[in-house]
Design a binder for this molecule. Structure first.
Ligand code: KG4
Ligand code: ZN
Length: 342
């Protein structure tokens, strides 16, 4: 059986053809980084218009790479939650059109569940039940994942997402968008202990929440002091940039690793799965691996190419297909986060 999966939740237009045995026959990701770069973050209206232009060519190229014709597709799946409303609508409209034209089932994908399912696809192992840590540009959340479709929110950021903080601090430092990879590159030659930055909620052993906006503001004050906006006039030398980047990255990683381990201990679920763009961060991967192996936690971190948004992780739709969870054609998008699924 072959499923065409579509992903357009934020600023990547992506499609993939996957089988019910989780083989990936073809996958294409059209990034919009070049369109949003000069704004230092995703502009929703630009994102949805770009999805509209790209969705059909991306599907065509995916089918071509998979060596599969549209008529051979047995079901179409699309990410419907969470994400930017206009962006989600483009993927959903395309999926509905294909489902109607081919007379095949329509399947809905929860983008956050899909980020965790990337660990299932890549490892080939049954990773459930697990604690799921999703760290991306839009989300920083910890879930108890009882099975691929039954997720319960344990904690989340109360303000900025981890990736958003990376993007904003990179912009303050004059580093290019997306900020995560830029900060990682700059941090490689920096001293992570050069500046003492806050680790919000780290001391609070009750909370499984995160907060990154205060950390971002602390970097801002470090650079220009309160009340000033003129980052572009700053003359930072490369050593300062490297040290701020390394100190900031270390603070974010400390918070992510600590709360993920706390969630594992709190729930006595011995497996931890991590997905989302920030999971591509080399320092994070090193630290979470050290911590997990030291504490006997079975760790699954999505491989680099499945960390940032892609449609391969939409293969979670196979689980819905097997459970007979087909969607009606009046299916709608749900931009906000669903706290409990299943
Ligand atoms: O999962 P994703 O592609 O999109 C969302 O669902 O948000 O994540 C994008 C985010 C961006 O904020 C980007 O800066 C961050 O992931 N990111 C990284 C790295 N690569 C991407 N953050 C830290 N280190 C990286 N190497
Ligand atoms: Zn994502």
């Amino acid at each position: 059986m072959k499923i065409l999966t579509l992903e357009s939740t934020c600023d990547e237009t992506a499609a993939a053809v996957v089988t019910d045995r989780l083989e990936v026959l073809g996958s294409v990701v059209a990034s919009q980084d070049d369109l949003h770069g000069r704004f230092g973050g995703v502009v929703p209206e630009i994102a949805s218009r770009a999805h509209l232009e790209r969705i059909v060519p991306v599907i065509d190229e995916t089918l071509r790479r998979a060596g599969v014709s549209l008529r051979e597709i047995d079901a179409v799946a699309v990410a419907t939650t969470p994400g930017l409303a206009g962006s989600l609508l483009v993927g959903l409209a395309a999926a509905k059109a294909i489902a109607v034209a081919l007379d095949v089932p329509l399947l809905a994908v929860n983008h956050l569940q899909a980020h965790i399912y990337a660990c299932r696809i890549a490892s080939g192992e049954d990773v459930f039940p697990c604690i799921g840590l999703i760290i991306s540009g839009g989300h920083t959340s910890l879930y108890r994942c009882r099975d691929p479709l039954d997720f319960e929110l344990l904690g989340a950021t109360i303000d900025d997402a981890a990736g958003e903080a990376f993007d904003k601090v990179a912009s303050m430092l004059g580093l290019p968008y997306p900020g995560g990879p830029s900060i990682q590159r700059a941090a490689a030659s920096g001293n992570p202990h050069a500046y003492a930055l806050p680790r919000p909620f780290l001391q609070d052993r009750e909370k499984l929440d995160f907060s990154f906006s205060g950390l971002k503001t602390a970097v801002r004050y470090l650079l220009v002091g309160p009340g000033r906006q003129d980052f572009h006039r700053l003359q930072l030398d490369p050593r300062q940039v490297a040290d701020v980047a390394a100190s900031f990255q270390e603070a974010v990683v400390d918070c992510l690793v600590d709360k993920a381990v706390l969630a594992v201990h709190r729930t006595s679920v011995a497996k931890l799965c991590v997905g989302g763009g920030v999971a591509a961060n080399a320092r994070f991967r090193q630290r979470i691996e050290e911590e997990a192996s030291g504490q006997g936690i079975r760790l699954y971190v999505a491989p680099l190419k499945l960390c940032t948004d892609n449609a391969v992780m939409g293969a979670i739709a196979v689980e819905r297909f097997k459970a007979g969870l087909f969607e009606p054609l009046d299916l709608d998008v749900q931009p906000g986060v669903v706290r409990k699924t299943g």
